[in-house]
Ligand binder design. Sequence first.
Ligand SMILES: [Zn+2]
Ligand SMILES: [Zn+2]
Length: 319
Amino acid sequence: MFSGFAERFGASFAIFRPSQIMEKDVEDQASLIAAADPMTAAIGIFLHILPNDFARYLLGAGGVFLMVNVLFASRLAGRKIRPSSPKPGQMRREFAISMRTTLIFTLSGVASVMAARAGWLDTYYVIAERGWGYFAFTLVMLIVAHDAWFYWTHRLIHHPRLFRRVHRTHHKSHNPSPWTAYSFDMAEAAINAAYLPLILFLMPTSVQAIILFLVHMILRNAIGHCGYELFPSRRDGRPLFDWMTSVTHHDLHHAQAGWNYGLYFTWWDRLMGTEHPLYHEKFAAAVRKPLDGSAVAALSRQAAKSAHKKRGPSRDPAY
Ligand SMILES: [Zn+2]
Ligand SMILES: [Zn+2]
């Protein structure tokens, strides 16, 4: 039943076939869940998910760090966003804190699997049960809804009453590295960990879609913190995929909190007026391309708006 899946996803990988790993992972999980008593099942699932979650962080953040910040660092020098680089001490701290986050993510994973075991969540293993169209739909939904969840909870934890206790650790990395990806306070880790059980409660989802969602999540997260602009640009210096958040987009959030709360897409920041007014200018500078002037115009519009707010409504109705 998994061979069709393996063929579709694995055919182009002669040596390394992620589909085979997924296939094995899915089968392992299925047998663990089938354990007779709930405690044995929960412990078995915990011991199964923990190394998976740890490996995802280690390979995702570590892989991006090795490729971008070590191996290709000199080649990518022309796309470095800031002149300075994160210090080793900062990266060690990020790694240590990320271990705690990994544990919290694992506990959320165990809760999800146990909920599925009890029949509260509808997760399934055979993609053909609901078809490939539904599989693609759920994968897109997982990513789009996660972006919304992240944007709004992220804005919430920037509230002065919550920031110090919930989000300060992440912003200690003023100049982030790929290891910053999971550097969260416990409460922030719990907010992020809550997303998957919640969405799975609302939407029947295949285990394969969940695994792909998690791989995409760690890669976008680690890349967003790598300090080099990896996203392609147009000739005029604007991002080619302007609807996606670039590395500069999230880097600006760390440099100057108060702007750019989005994770994968720029939609929410634009809709809510929270995108940094100099974002396009900073992106153009990161890819060493000339400016088209629109960012400067946006900045003066923003300055006019905040001056208007400070002074209160002007007598001139056109202002
Ligand atoms: Zn933040
Ligand atoms: Zn960040």
